[in-house]
Design a protein around this ligand. Structure first.
Ligand code: SF4
Length: 680
């Protein structure tokens, strides 16, 4: 029965919805003005505004996007209206994030808000599937001859653990990957559903009318299904969605629409499909199979050669690159077409022979080969609208492809249905001046967020932290150019790094864009007799472990790249200095190059916005609460004042810390003065 029973005409339903939302708005007001203060919660202006604006956008039937600076308490800002909406409308609400850390934080936050609002909806936390134990795979692993079964696994299984976080941190990742859930499918599970936590979660979220906390990958897969008229992974009654960490949304949609093939996978699939043909008939497909194997091998040899060529001859250091350009010249395309044709032929032959076979043989592999050959044929037919690149897989190469225009796809998935979507993040804008459409222009371009009456862009909410009293940015104007004079830059950059580390007495997070730079700097620092420990995550070890070491050894210096720019939060003295070793302009990458190729101004419309968003994320690591203090040091000459780069003003205006200097003396005086603040 519909909740709007008794309000049958669309007009009546609209009126009823509006009055419900207005009532929710009143409750939001009472939460921030009465309930929260009465319970000792200090509410922040930007947070309340965000809540009121969300309700207002819903009243106007709009999607809503807001940048909420660090410390606003944005999760409370959306959880209050979300919980009230769920209660009043009796509809499930989805909240999706892109990191496990935020998902777990939200679990705590939502229970605090529920208590304050005196609400008890069902809340389901659905982490990514690989965080859960698969009993079937664990049994298979344990029963494999020569299986490695470390104590951490044995103890965890005996204790009935179900999630990665219950097992010891020291359980090696490669062992966990053998026993966790992978490629979950309700149809393929059998016999072990009753004891499987992940199966229980997946079943519950299809019917719950509560709150679902999931990740953006899962939400995207759900929306792909319901836009394709399938059932969906979550209760499709959910018509309110919150996407937190929304600056990652276009990456998530791109990866959901990305397909990949490699030699091992293709040969394995052909072998399995061939085995589904009756032995007596196999000789009839032998020729097609051999042709396909040959063309696959020729094509992937070509990819490997292209990858090696880029490693050996690119102007940039590509030794650690994951993505490489696919040379779409005539020769390569001809080899790709030949391979696809041969896969099509073998798939067709196998289909013919398996369809003659009326026995009870399975056709799973031949069906999979058939649908893969169709998908490849479709890709090659529309090659101009697809983006192709190569990815390194061990010593081999994978061909990866996805539609070029993911913003159209994101728009269709997220903004074309009955659901209203609230998007938020601490880093969504790429400029701090101009109309909101200009400030959010990069985000809009990447996601297709509607800028007509269906979308509402909110005024960015600045962080409430006292940045300019508690922090200062140091920038260099006298170093060599980081890419044009790379060797000299590293040499002089390390000297400058040592000077700023001396000022803060270590206690620093040094962020790198290029892994090669990080390793080079680590090697140099490790040879010096420094009064602080220098840490870097080693292959095979976990980020949590190194972060704990960094926290506990207050003076230590941690070098990081990739996930260290955004996913970590370290409060207190251990992190008193964030060093940006080279501005985080994107490294050459097929996706960035594609975006650049269609931009009017590749530098100002793509590379600079990418860099600003990442720089803001890095700087955001420094001040994590009202009492944190410290300095940010940018080891790169490109933000100098004289002569200014084309992007000088837009970058400086975008940064949350306005207090800046290019003098090491001033920096030292400022840093020393912070101790008096810390004493209070
Ligand atoms: S129900 Fe599926 S995911 Fe769960 S343990 Fe069984 S096979 Fe693994």
């Amino acid at each position: 029965m519909s909740y709007y029973f008794g309000f049958n005409t669309p007009e009546e339903q609209k009126k009823k919805r509006k009055s419900d939302l207005t009532a929710i708005g009143e409750k939001v007001t009472s939460f921030f003005w009465d309930i929260a203060p009465a319970n000792g919660f200090e509410m922040r202006e930007g947070q309340q505004d965000m809540s009121f604006e969300i309700v207002d956008a819903l009243i106007h039937d709009q999607h809503f996007a807001v940048e909420a600076g660090v410390g606003i308490g944005k999760s409370f800002g959306y959880l209050v209206p979300v919980l009230l909406y769920n209660k009043r409308m009796k509809k499930p609400v989805i909240v999706a994030t892109s990191t496990i850390a935020l998902q777990e934080q939200l679990w705590d936050d939502i229970h605090i808000v529920m208590k304050l609002l005196n609400l008890q909806p069902e809340v389901i936390l659905a982490k990514g599937q690989t965080h859960y134990l698969c009993h079937k795979r664990a049994d298979e692993h344990i029963n494999t001859a020569d299986a490695v079964i470390p104590d951490e696994l044995q103890i965890g299984l005996e204790s009935g653990f179900q999630e990665r976080k219950q097992f010891s941190q020291t359980l090696p990742q490669n062992i966990w990957d053998k026993v966790n859930v992978q490629r979950f499918s309700m149809r393929n599970c059998g016999g072990c559903e009753k004891k499987c936590l992940y199966h229980a979660i997946r079943s519950k979220i299809k019917y719950t009318d509560g709150i679902i906390l999931c990740n953006q990958d899962f939400l995207t897969a759900h929306l792909q299904q319901i836009r394709g008229w399938q059932d969906g992974l979550i209760n499709r009654e959910a018509d309110l969605i919150v996407v937190d960490e929304a600056h990652n949304l276009d990456d998530k949609v791109r990866s959901a629409t990305t397909k990949r093939i490699n030699q091992g996978m293709l040969l394995g699939l052909i072998k399995s499909a061939t085995n589904e043909v009756k032995a007596a008939d196999r000789q009839n497909i032998y020729g097609d199979v051999e042709d396909a194997k040959k063309s696959i091998s020729v094509f992937f040899d070509r990819l490997k050669a292209q990858m090696q060529e880029q490693i050996d001859h690119s102007r940039q250091d590509m030794r650690y690159a994951d993505r490489f350009f696919f040379d779409g010249g005539e020769d390569s395309i001809a080899l790709l077409k030949a391979m696809i044709e041969s896969i099509k032929s073998v798939a067709l032959s196998i289909q013919i022979y398996t369809s003659f076979d009326y026995g009870s043989r399975t056709t799973a592999a031949s069906d999979e080969l058939d649908s893969l050959s169709e998908s490849l044929a479709e890709m090659i037919e529309q090659i101009d609208s697809n983006l192709l690149w190569i990815e390194r897989k061990g010593k081999n190469a994978e061909l990866v492809y996805c539609p070029k225009n993911t913003s159209q796809i994101t728009n269709r998935l997220y903004f074309s249905g009955k659901e209203r979507v609230i998007l938020t993040s601490a880093t969504m804008t790429n400029a701090s001046n101009g109309e909101f459409v200009d400030q959010y222009s990069y985000f809009i371009g990447n996601t297709g967020f509607p800028t007509d009456e269906r979308g509402c862009l909110s005024e960015p909410k600045p962080s409430p932290y006292p940045y300019d009293e508690h922090s200062m940015i140091y920038y260099c104007d006298d170093l060599p150019h980081p890419t044009q004079e790379h060797e000299a830059f590293i040499e002089q950059g390390v000297q400058r790094l040592l000077e700023v580390l001396e000022i803060s007495g270590g206690k620093a997070l040094v962020l790198f864009t290029a892994k090669t730079d990080m390793e080079e700097v680590y090697t140099i620092l490790s040879k010096l007799n420094l009064p602080y420990k220098v840490l870097m995550q080693q292959p095979g070890s976990s980020q949590d472990k190194i972060l704990n070491e960094f926290r506990e050894d207050t003076n230590s210096v941690l070098l990081g790249t990739g996930a260290y720019w955004e996913g970590i939060s370290i409060e207190g003295k251990s992190l008193s200095n964030v060093v940006i070793f080279r501005l985080p302009f994107p490294v050459p990458d097929p996706i960035i190059e594609y975006k650049a190729s269609i931009a009017k101004d590749a530098l100002m419309d793509v590379r600079v916005p990418e860099m600003i968003i990442k720089l803001k994320q890095g700087i955001g690591r420094l001040i994590r609460n009202f009492s944190d203090t410290g300095i940010v040091c940018i080891i790169d000459p490109r933000l100098r004042d004289d002569p200014p780069a084309k992007y000088h003003d837009i970058v400086w205006e975008s940064l949350p810390i306005k207090n800046k200097t290019n003098s090491l003396d001033k920096l030292k005086r400022f840093f020393d003065s912070l101790s008096s603040l810390n004493d209070h």
